[in-house]
Design a binder for this molecule. Structure first.
Ligand code: URA
Length: 227
């Protein structure tokens, strides 16, 4: 919202008085005088007018969580515990999910109340890599590497999946890097090769890697350096 609009709403001050107040230098945004009537202010900014608080800044939250199997990646669910239930923070209900995982998938999830940040990470154009560890029912043949790189046609969406980097780590174990997130994508891709995923775990989203000391069900705030 623009600064003049926000101020105009305060005690029905109106746009004209609001603009005059801004231009005369009596309005601060995050403690600094702003004379720009079109200054974009969001809910994380503190706005004061002659010492009166017009808007107190909301706390921005960015966190990583180790989702255990069995927990739903949603903000509410009638049947199962959700990732929000794992977060003992008074502002947890302001959070939304940066991407999702199936209920029987474990691993890294990011949560925030900062829509700008999550939009950037989720923007398909940015092709943020996501890394998964996959365990399969049957051995993974070496030619699966080429098949995953070439992509699979998904009939429901009528699209070909973007190239996936598949590293075979053991007979039934692989690391996968994808740059998109289609519904049940990994399970569907293995299904197409006649195989089945029996265990799926997300290790990384872009630059954020699940640390070994963050156990299932645990979470922590991301610090400024990481952001
Ligand atoms: N692909 C899947 O099939 N499931 C997930 O949870 C994530 C990616």
């Amino acid at each position: 919202m623009k600064l003049d609009r926000l101020l105009a709403k305060h005690e029905s001050m109106g746009r004209t008085r609001a603009r005059a107040a801004i231009v005369s230098g009596t309005v601060t945004v995050d403690g600094r005088v702003s004379r720009r009537i079109d200054h974009e202010v969001d809910r994380f900014m503190r706005v004061e007018w002659s010492g009166t608080v017009i808007r107190s800044a909301e706390r921005k939250i960015h966190l990583m969580l180790h989702k255990p199997v069995g927990v739903v990646s949603a903000t509410s669910d009638a049947e199962h515990p959700t990732v929000i239930d794992l977060i003992d923070d008074p502002d947890r209900h302001t959070l939304h999910l940066v991407g999702r995982l199936d209920r029987n998938t474990s691993g890294l999830m990011l949560l925030t109340n900062d829509g700008r940040w999550s939009k950037q990470l989720m923007n398909p154009e940015r092709k943020v890599p996501k890394v998964y560890l996959v365990e399969t029912r049957d051995p993974i043949p070496p030619d699966a590497v080429a098949a995953f790189a070439a992509g699979f046609h998904f009939h429901t969406e009528d699209l070909v999946t973007r190239p996936v980097l598949l590293e075979i780590l053991g007979e039934n174990l692989a690391r996968l890097t994808l740059h998109e997130g289609r519904y049940h994508q990994i399970k569907r891709m293995f299904h197409r090769t006649g195989n089945r995923v029996v265990k799926l775990h997300r290790e990384q989203i872009g630059p954020f890697r699940l640390p070994p000391d963050l156990g299932p069900g645990e979470w922590r705030h991301l610090d400024h350096g990481e952001l």
